[in-house]
Design a protein around this ligand. Structure first.
Ligand code: BDR
Ligand code: CA
Length: 307
C-alpha cells in the first residue's frame, strides 16, 4: 500500500479525487491537508470534512488545515465560485460536518509524516502547492525523505485555464510551485496537457445508479454542476475535466499516462505570463511531465471506483 497525504483546496474535482482515493485499497491515506484555492482555506477544510461525512468513511481520516494565503502574502487569484459554486461543492447544501479537523498545521503534519515513514510518503497535491512548499522551507531534510510529490497543476505544452499562460493551481501561488520545482524533491506533474482530455459527460452521469443515497445524490449534484460550468466556459468540450482525480489515478496505476522528464520553471514576474510552466532545455531535469494518457482506461477505472 502507498502511504499518501492528499493536499486539497476542496472544490468539486477535489471532492471526486477524495472519493476516488478513499475507494482505492492501494492507498493508505495518512491524512488530508487543506489550503486556500478554489475556496478559502476555512471553506476547503469544511468541504473536506463534509465530503468524508457524505462518503460515510468509517475509518478515521485526519484532516489538517493549512495555508490561507500564498507564500508572497497576498492573493493573486480569486476563488473559483463560477466553476465550483458559492460553497465550492456545487451548492449541494450538505449538512455541517460532524467530524472535526486536527488542531495542527498542514506543513507540520507533512514534515512529521515524511519523517515517520522515510522514503515511503507520496504527497498528492491538487490545490496550490503552498503547504508542501512551506514544509520544504521549514525543514529541507524532507526533500530527501519524501518518496514523491504528484501535483495536479501546470500546462507545459497547452494553454492555461485561468489566464492564457497559466493553470489555476500554479497561478494561485507561483512562488510555492517554484520552491517545489527547485527543491530536488521528485515531482510528477499532472497538468492540463493530460487532464483536459479526461472529460466526464452528462450522459455518463445519467447512467449512474438510481439507488437513493446521500452519496449518490451528492455525486450527481456536483458533477452536473461542474459539467454545466464547463459548458459555459467552453461548450465544445462536451464534459468536465477530471483534473484532480487523475493525480490520484496516476499513483494507483502509473500506466494510465506516459511521462517525460524535463527541466520545468515557473514564471514569477508579475506580468501576463505569471504562473506559466515551461520547459527550459538547459539544466537538470526536475519534473516528470505527463504528456500522454489512456483516457478510456482511466475514466472507466475512476467511474468503477467511485460509483
Ligand atoms: C485545478 O484548479 C482547480 O480549480 C481544480 O480543483 C484543479 O485542482 C485545475 O486547473
Ligand atoms: Ca483542486
Amino acid at each position: 500500500m502507498e502511504h499518501v497525504i492528499l493536499d486539497v483546496d476542496t472544490g468539486i474535482d477535489d471532492a471526486l479525487a477524495i472519493a476516488y482515493a478513499v475507494h482505492s485499497p492501494e492507498l493508505n491515506i495518512l491524512g488530508i491537508t487543506t489550503s486556500f484555492g478554489n475556496v478559502s482555506e476555512k471553506e476547503a477544510t469544511r468541504n473536506t470534512l463534509q465530503v468524508l461525512d457524505v462518503l460515510n468513511v468509517e475509518s478515521e481520516i485526519l484532516v489538517i488545515p493549512g495555508a490561507d494565503k500564498p507564500l508572497a502574502g497576498t492573493h493573486i487569484k480569486a476563488k473559483a465560485t463560477s466553476i465550483h459554486g458559492e460553497d465550492g461543492l456545487g451548492n449541494s447544501g450538505l449538512p455541517l460536518p460532524e467530524r472535526k479537523p486536527l488542531p495542527s498545521e498542514a506543513a507540520d503534519f507533512i514534515i512529521e509524516q515524511v519523517k515517520q515513514h522515510p522514503h515511503q510518503v507520496t504527497v498528492i497535491a491538487v490545490g496550490p502547492q503552498t503547504n508542501i512548499a512551506t514544509a520544504i522551507k521549514k525543514d529541507p531534510d524532507i526533500v530527501n525523505l519524501a518518496k514523491r510529490v504528484v501535483i495536479m497543476g501546470g500546462a507545459v505544452t497547452v494553454p492555461g485555464n485561468v489566464t492564457p499562460h497559466a493553470e489555476a493551481n500554479i497561478y494561485a501561488d507561483p512562488e510555492a510551485a517554484s520552491v517545489l520545482f527547485k527543491s530536488g524533491m521528485p515531482v510528477t506533474l499532472v497538468g492540463l496537457d493530460v487532464t483536459m482530455q479526461t472529460l466526464l459527460s452528462s450522459e455518463q452521469v445519467s447512467k449512474w445508479s438510481n439507488v437513493k443515497s446521500a452519496y449518490n445524490e451528492f455525486l450527481q449534484t456536483i458533477c452536473n454542476y461542474y459539467i454545466d460550468a464547463y459548458h459555459q466556459f467552453d461548450s465544445s468540450l462536451g464534459g468536465c475535466a477530471l483534473h484532480d482525480p487523475l493525480a490520484v489515478g496516476v499513483l494507483i496505476d502509473p500506466s494510465f499516462v506516459k511521462t517525460v522528464p524535463m527541466h520545468v520553471e515557473v514564471d514569477l514576474e508579475r506580468g501576463e505570463s505569471l504562473g506559466n510552466t515551461h520547459e527550459v532545455k538547459q539544466g537538470m531535469r526536475n519534473v516528470d511531465v505527463c504528456l500522454e494518457i489512456d483516457v478510456d482506461r482511466f475514466v472507466s477505472h475512476f467511474l468503477q471506483r467511485i460509483t
